[in-house]
Design a protein around this ligand. Structure first.
Ligand code: PLP
Length: 502
C-alpha cells in the first residue's frame, strides 16, 4: 500500500520558511551606516578623555561591526534558529545518541530561582538544597545501575570514560601494576579507544562474532596479566544485548582485569536489568541521553561514573558526605583519589533535570519508557527490513542498524539517504557507524515518538528506497530544500571558516 507521503513526496515544515533569500542570511549584508539598536540618554556628567584613560588600549578606528536596528537583530537570530533542526520540531533518530524529548517539567524545576542562581562559592550551609539534589540523584542512579558508589563530576560521556579508566588505572596501580592494555570491541564508539589512549593504555581490538557480540574464544585468548580492562558498550552500537555478559565478566576477572561498561545505551536497560548485577565493575551514564536532559551543543552535559565498592576510594575529589547531624558537605580528604576531573559542578542544571525526569516517571514509568523505546525500534525494523538490508539478524534493543547494500548497487550510499531524509522533514539517522557495518544506517527512534510520527518516518524511508531505484540522482543530489545543499565535508573539517571577513 502506498501512503500519502509516498504519493505526495516530502512534507514541509509547516509555515517555517526553509528557503530564505540570500540577503536574509548575513547580518553584515543588512548593515547600513548609522543604524543603532539602542539610544543612550544625553550625557549629564563631564566627558572623560577615553584616550588618556585607556592609553595604548584605546582604539582609534572603530571595530567593524554590523549597524542594525534592534528588530533586525532579533529577526536575524530568530530566523537562524528556524533553519536549525531540533527535537522540538520533529523526530531525531540519531542512533547511539538517544535524542529524546526534554520534558518541560524538567525545565520548570531547573529554573526555580534558588537553584538556577546557585553559585559554586556559596557556602555549604546555604547550599544544602542543591547538595540534597545531588545526593538524591546519586542514590537513584545507584539503584538504577546496581552499583555501589558514584561521582557526578564528569561533564560528558567521554569525560566519564576518562574518569572511569583513571579509576581503573589507580586501582591496578594500588595492586602493584597499572597494566598495559585495554581491549575494545570493533563495534565500539570512537571515544572508547581515545579514552584508553589518553589514560596511557595501548588499545587492542577485539573482533565481534557473527551475532555482533563478543567472541568469547578471542576474548579468552587476548586477555592476560597486562590487560587492565575491557571497555564494552551494552547493548552494543549494533543495538544488540550482550547475552554472554556474565561469562565475559568471569573471563576478565579470572585474569584480574576489570569490566568497563559504556552506559550510553542505558535507555534499553533502565528498570529491566542492572549492570551491577551482571558483573560490571565501572561504567558511565549519559544523563543527556538516557535521562532526558538536553544535549548542549558543546555545552554542559553530564556523564556520571558508577563503580563497585573496591573502586570507591579512587573517586574524584571532593566527594559528597553526610555529617553526624545530617548536613551534607564536600570531603576533600581522600588520599587515594585520582583528584579533581573538573573545577565546579557548573552542570547542576543537568542533575536537576535528570532527577525531575526520574521522579516524575517513577520506577514503573522508567520501565515503561525502556519498553517503549525497544518497541519503537523494533517497529521500524519490521517495517523497513524488506527494503533495507539488515546485516545482523540478532534481536534489536533500542536501535536498529541497516546497511545501504541494496541502494549502493544503484550508487546511492547511506549518506545520500540521510541527506534526502532532510527533504522529508526529518533529522538524519547516524551515518556509517558502527564501523563494522559497511554503509550503516543506525536508527534510534526513542520512546518519545508516537505511532503516527514513526509511520511518517517509515513512509519517508520507503519513499527514498523507491527513489533510489527509480531516480538515484534525486537522492544523490539531496538535500534540495535547505539553504545550502552539499558541503565539502572534508574541506569543512580541515579548513573551517570560523569568522566572517569583509
Ligand atoms: C554518546 C556516546 C559516548 C560519548 O558521550 P558524550 O557525552 O558525547 O561525550 C560514548 N559512547 C557511546 C556508545 C555513545 O553513544
Amino acid at each position: 500500500m502506498i501512503s500519502d507521503t509516498e504519493k505526495n513526496g516530502p512534507r514541509t515544515l509547516g509555515k517555517v520558511r526553509t528557503h530564505p533569500t540570500q540577503n536574509e542570511a548575513l547580518l553584515f549584508e543588512k548593515s547600513s551606516p548609522g543604524k543603532r539598536a539602542y539610544k543612550l540618554p544625553p550625557l549629564d556628567v563631564p566627558a572623560v578623555n577615553s584616550a588618556k584613560l585607556l592609553g595604548a588600549a584605546h582604539r582609534t578606528t572603530p571595530g567593524l561591526l554590523p549597524e542594525l536596528s534592534e528588530i533586525e537583530i532579533i529577526r536575524h537570530f530568530t530566523r537562524l534558529s528556524t533553519w536549525n533542526y531540533a527535537i522540538d520540531l520533529g523526530m531525531y533518530p540519531l542512533g547511539s545518541c538517544t535524542m529524546k524529548y526534554n520534558p518541560r517539567v524538567n525545565e520548570f524545576v531547573a529554573r526555580i530561582e534558588g537553584l538556577a542562581e546557585a553559585h559554586p562559592y556559596r557556602p555549604e550551609s546555604l547550599s544544602q538544597g542543591a547538595l540534597e539534589i545531588i545526593d538524591l540523584l546519586r542514590r537513584c542512579l545507584l539503584e538504577i545501575t546496581g552499583m555501589d558508589a558514584i561521582t557526578l563530576q564528569p561533564a560528558a560521556g567521554a569525560h566519564g570514560e576518562f574518569t572511569g579508566i583513571l579509576l581503573t588505572r589507580a586501582w591496578h596501580e594500588s595492586q602493584g601494576n597499572p597494566r598495559r592494555k585495554i581491549l575494545i570491541p570493533d563495534s565500539a564508539h570512537g571515544t572508547n579507544p581515545a579514552t584508553a589512549a589518553i589514560v596511557g593504555y595501548a588499545v587492542e581490538n577485539l573482533k565481534s562474532n557473527a551475532d555482533g557480540g563478543i567472541d568469547l574464544d578471542a576474548l579468552t585468548r587476548q586477555v592476560d596479566e597486562e590487560t587492565a580492562a575491557l571497555m564494552l558498550t551494552n547493548p552494543s552500537t549494533l543495538g544488540v544485548f550482550e547475552s554472554q555478559i556474565h561469562r565475559i565478566a568471569d573471563i576478565l576477572h579470572a585474569k584480574g582485569a576489570l569490566l568497563y561498561m559504556d552506559g550510553a545505551n542505558m535507555n534499553a536497560l533502565v528498570g529491566k536489568v542492572r549492570p551491577g548485577d551482571f558483573g560490571v565493575d565501572v561504567m558511565h551514564l549519559n544523563l543527556h541521553k538516557t535521562f532526558s536532559t538536553p544535549h548542549g551543543g558543546g555545552g554542559p552535559g553530564s556523564g556520571p561514573v558508577a563503580c563497585k565498592a573496591f573502586l570507591e576510594p579512587f573517586l574524584p575529589t571532593p566527594v559528597l558526605v553526610q555529617n553526624q547531624d545530617g548536613a551534607l558537605r564536600w570531603d576533600y580528604d581522600r588520599p587515594q583519589s585520582v583528584g579533581r576531573v573538573r573545577a565546579f559542578y557548573g552542570n547542576t542544571g543537568m542533575f536537576i533535570r535528570a532527577l525531575a525526569y526520574i521522579l516524575a516517571n517513577g520506577p514503573d514509568g522508567l520501565r515503561q519508557t525502556t519498553e517503549d523505546a525497544v518497541l519503537n525500534a523494533n517497529y521500524i525494523r519490521k517495517k523497513l527490513e524488506d527494503v533495507y538490508e539488515l546485516p545482523y539478524q540478532t534481536a534489536s534493543m533500542h536501535e536498529v542498524v541497516f546497511s545501504d547494500k541494496r541502494q549502493a548497487a544503484r550508487g546511492v550510499k547511506t549518506g545520500d539517504i540521510a541527506k534526502r531524509l532532510i527533504d522529508y522533514g526529518f533529522h538524519p539517522y547516524t551515518v556509517s557507524f558502527p564501523l563494522i557495518v559497511h554503509g550503516a544506517l543506525m536508527i534510534e527512534p526513542t520512546e518519545s515518538e508516537s505511532r503516527e510520527e514513526l509511520d511518517l518516518f517509515i513512509d519517508a524511508m520507503r519513499s527514498i528506497a523507491r527513489e533510489a531505484e527509480e531516480n538515484p540522482d534525486l537522492v544523490k543530489s539531496a538535500p534540495h530544500s535547505t539553504r545550502v545543499s552539499r558541503l565539502d565535508e572534508v574541506q569543512a573539517a580541515r579548513k573551517p571558516i570560523l569568522r566572517w571577513r569583509p
